[in-house]
Ligand binder design. Sequence first.
Ligand code: BEZ
Length: 210
Amino acid sequence: MSDDTTISLPPRIGDKAPEFSARSTTGDVRLSDYRGQWLVLFSHPADFTPVCSTEFVALARASGEFAKRDCALMGLSVDTLFSHFAWLHMIKERFGVEVRFPIIEDPTMVIASAYGMTSADDADSWSVRNTYFIDPEGTIRAITCYPANVGRSVPEMLRLLDALQAADAKSGLAPADWQPGDKLLRQPGATLDEVFAAKEPGDWFMQEQG
Ligand code: BEZ
């Protein structure tokens, strides 16, 4: 084997989200069209599967909550546009829910590969349940990865989005189990003077914001 093989690593938190354009259930979409707002881009293994159907129903029902946070939703799988249409029609018939956010077709997996949405263990060419929280500048701010047999939690997706937005707005840190309305933590002090001036032990690195 030659040693000039290029291995492209999937993007990580802090990287710019790889640009793409694709056909979707709402027309042609480009990632760069979403600059200026938040975007939750998520992959699902396949159309017409039970867990994925529950995720789409839950996300469509919560789409107003994402919109309130100036955040668009965008799904993606390897299935074709016509498969997506047929599945969304079935979801509407069975659950009475219209999925109005775009779902991309990625039959060649060019987008899934660029984002690392594929699982090395999968015998099938499915994308796993990856979710990318992309900020208004196009930077990936959080990534989650769930297996095919466990659906994502929409309340946790909203909580993560709220935490990212609150931490940005107040230059703070969201502690474990933070919920909107809870206090954020201060950025830890970074000088010895701050360490020695702390009134309580550990105050220099761990304090709530006022
Ligand atoms: C599901 O969404 O239910 C599913 C997807 C892929 C494999 C198994 C289940």
